[in-house]
Write a protein that binds this ligand. Sequence first.
Ligand code: HEM
Ligand code: HEM
Length: 181
Amino acid sequence: MTNSSAGYGALTKLFHWLIVILFAAQYLSGNIMVAIGFNAEFAGIGTNTYYNWHKSLGLVALAVAIFRIINRRVGQLPPWAPTLSGFEKKFIHRVEQVFYTAMLVMPISGWLYVMYGHYGVNLFGLWEMPRPLPRDDTLRDVFKWVHIVAGWVLLAAMVGHIGLVLRHQLFKKDGLLKRML
Ligand code: HEM
Ligand code: HEM
């Protein structure tokens, strides 16, 4: 279940692909809801529903990220793939730091943004969550920009990460992808 010298454990693989799916949904819903604006519809789904699902899935992603961080500290990280160059190892190390930071910063900044804006979170359209923070327009704007800028930084890291995996998988044909399957 956990990482070992033989490779990544089942939990790491499960969390990895769960976060890939959740983040894909977040980028899609985030950009759709901002692009269509209020009281609009896209693919038969209204703006409010996009917002509810974006916020709700974002909080689910936060829970997954916390479990993933705990899981990363359990067991032993597998050795580097032998086909990685020294530069690639440094690059992967930095990208992973950005990923683990972003997995926390994205949902927390999103939540703080909607709390200080007093917009609230209607969890999956079923439950209006408490709003423990006072309304503050300056902090609302600060966290909105943290959310947007961190989203772009994370996107750049993802392009680098996927590019490196594809380069190894398709051109070096060393089966790097198999390590996470
Ligand atoms: C967990 C990962 C998350 C990711 C990857 C993510 C990503 C994004 C992206 C890409 C956008 C579009 C930004 C733009 O170009 O304007 C966005 C917007 C937004 N997100 Fe998230 N988000 C996450 C979690 C959350 C959470 C947990 C909340 C709130 C509880 C939230 C609230 C919002 C709101 C309100 C907007 C609209 C921003 C605006 O008005 O421009 N997000 N998000
Ligand atoms: C289609 C997209 C993706 C593919 C094909 C992919 C593939 C991989 C592969 C093959 C590895 C193992 C590399 C090694 O041998 O050490 C890996 C590791 C990793 N990936 Fe991805 N990945 C994708 C998207 C993402 C995204 C979106 C994130 C984070 C937001 C992410 C975070 C990580 C992290 C942190 C590791 C290191 C292992 C761990 O601590 O979980 N990946 N990925």
